[in-house]
Design a protein around this ligand. Structure first.
Ligand SMILES: *Cc1c(COP(=O)(O)O)cnc(C)c1O
Length: 529
């Protein structure tokens, strides 16, 4: 399939004389649209300022002697300098608005502009969590309506809306499990986590004070049910299972797993970050799940590049619902949505959970990520129940198209056992000696793509996890497949130029280990040295 595209260009062959990097040096160091950009500190001056404030005069000093005696030394920039600096930097980055973002496990899908328009409406964008409740009734309606959608889509009993990311939701769920166990005087110490778990799962369990034990995977890439059953006992508080799992496979034994865990007195936490693949098709509540976080920023398409913002509501089973954190939203007989805080919680618990108040506390100071709630609800309402079902179907179809278009050139370790869910997993088996997944990923940058997730999950050697999502067209998938195919062929042939890729990026290969271990975070003025 290494065919030339419409322009006659053949994958793997740089176009002679048409490449920004191949010309003579320029005086500025810039390469046409690729601009070199110094640090703010290097372009700014202490004397420059972008704002014009009146001299404060010599008013009474109320700082009691703690006022600064020297200049702060921050670089001053004019407004155009500031705007250009950040705009130039932004052009050296990759974004979902620039192209397909195949990062597995992250669900980088298009963010509909409608969501953005709704989220920017002043009634939503400008609310403050300390405003009188009577002035934010609409915002509470949004939170409550979204909560109901999440409960319906997952077949669960209640939802804690406040957690601010997937990992934060995991912590919320595990704290609910601990509160439920403590309420029945049952101190259990161990949480079981499969080998293929997302790193946040064992981290969460350990952070909450549990001992973490691995459950092995079968050769098929799924949780080993018999090994799990054998380990269950009175010391096991629960399991944390990602479904679909991080190998991109549906855990078919989920119901049997839940039944076994419940019979042994434990709880089932499901990592729902991959809900994109099953939304509208499967309700985790029907599979016996007790708690599951939903990454609104993944499944319900809210922008989350560069680590934020996120939102990780946690749906809870009937057994765990009484232990969820405050605050709740609830509609009372008068038809109004109320925010249930500490002072109303007891009565609310009596009415809804037939018992005393047992919440474990709260996850955040306020109610959660309002901007994400509005975006997620706009997305859900614009798709409707039928549209969300199609989201899952198309996400799975697109991933299988990638899997089957590449499994003759890339090793797909679980390919033979059937279709995948929303992401396709490949290994580095068959690469020429000396070439690695990292080399292939760097070459994908030259092809104009953000690399796929690499070296995760750990159960596969040199893993490459590709998640196209449902928002890519067949044409976009075909171009990505062509690029990955070409790079994979070069990796198998032993093309040494892969080792020095990327060749065409603003920066070449960086020392990522040093950057992570010894980051240079302070700028020292060379004139002061
Ligand atoms: C993204 C992800 C998480 C963590 O979610 P954050 O919002 O990044 O904290 C957990 N598990 C899986 C499987 C994920 O893909």
């Amino acid at each position: 399939m290494s065919t030339p595209n419409a322009s006659g260009w053949k994958p793997g062959t740089p176009v002679e004389g048409h490449n920004a990097m191949s010309g003579p040096d320029t005086a500025t160091g810039n390469r046409a649209l690729m601009l070199e950009e110094p640090l703010l500190f290097e372009i700014g001056h202490v004397e420059t300022t972008g704002v014009d404030l009146p001299d404060p005069g010599s008013g009474a000093n109320r700082l009691g002697g703690f006022e600064r005696s020297e200049a702060i030394g921050l670089p001053g920039l004019s407004e155009p300098e500031t705007v250009r600096h950040y705009t130039r930097l932004s052009r050296q980055n990759y974004a979902i608005d620039l192209g397909l973002f195949p990062l597995g496990s992250c669900t980088m899908k298009h963010n509909p502009r409608l969501n953005e328009k709704i989220a920017r409406m002043p009634g939503f964008a400008d609310v403050h969590p300390l405003q009188p409740v009577d002035t934010v009734r609409g915002a509470l309606e949004v939170i409550n309506e979204l909560a109901h959608w999440l409960i319906d889509l997952t077949g669960m009993h209640a939802v804690a809306m406040s957690p601010k990311a997937g990992a934060h939701g995991e912590l919320c769920g595990i704290l609910c499990i601990r509160a439920a166990l403590e309420a029945r005087g049952d101190a259990r110490e161990v949480i079981l986590v499969p080998e293929s778990a997302h790193g946040t799962n064992p981290a969460t369990a350990a952070f909450a004070g549990y001992k973490v034990e691995d459950i092995p995977a079968t050769a098929e890439g799924r949780v080993d049910l018999e090994a799990l059953k054998a380990r269950l006992g009175p010391d096991v508080a629960g399991v944390m299972i990602t479904n679909p799992n991080t190998c991109g496979l549906f855990e078919r034994d989920m119901k049997a797993i839940s039944d076994a865990v419940h019979a042994a007195g434990g709880f089932v936490y499901c990592d729902g970050a991959n809900f994109n693949a099953i939304v509208g098709k499967v309700r985790p509540g029907d599979l016996g799940v007790d708690a599951m976080h939903i990454n609104l920023h993944k499944t319900f398409s809210t922008p989350h590049g560069g680590g934020g913002p996120g939102s990780g509501p946690v749906v809870l089973s009937e057994a765990l619902a009484p232990f969820g954190p405050l605050p709740y939203t609830a509609r009372t007989e008068d038809g109004v949505v109320h925010l249930i805080e500490e002072e109303d919680a007891e009565e609310f618990a009596k009415e809804h959970f037939g018992g005393a108040l047992q919440h474990f506390g709260r996850m955040t100071a306020f109610h959660g990520q309002m901007g994400m709630f509005t975006r997620a609800l706009a997305y859900i309402l614009s798709h409707g129940a039928d549209g969300l079902k199609q989201v899952a179907e198309d996400a799975v179809l697109n991933a299988n198209y990638i899997l089957r278009s590449l499994d003759d050139v890339l090793d797909a370790p679980f390919g033979p056992s059937g279709p995948c869910m929303h992401e396709a997993l490949f290994s580095d088996k068959g690469f020429a000696v000396g070439l690695s997944t990292l080399d292939l990923a760097k070459a994908m940058i030259d092809e104009g793509y953000h690399p796929m997730t690499m070296y995760f999950p750990l159960v596969v050697h040199g893993a490459m996890l590709v998640e196209p999502t449902e928002t890519e067209s067949k044409a976009a998938l075909d171009q990505f497949i062509m690029a990955l195919r070409s790079v994979a062929e070069r990796a198998k042939e032993g093309d040494e130029s892969l080792k020095t890729a990327p060749h065409y990026a603003p920066r070449r290969r960086l020392d990522e280990t040093q950057a992570a271990r010894k980051p240079v975070l302070a700028w020292n003025d060379p004139d002061m040295a």
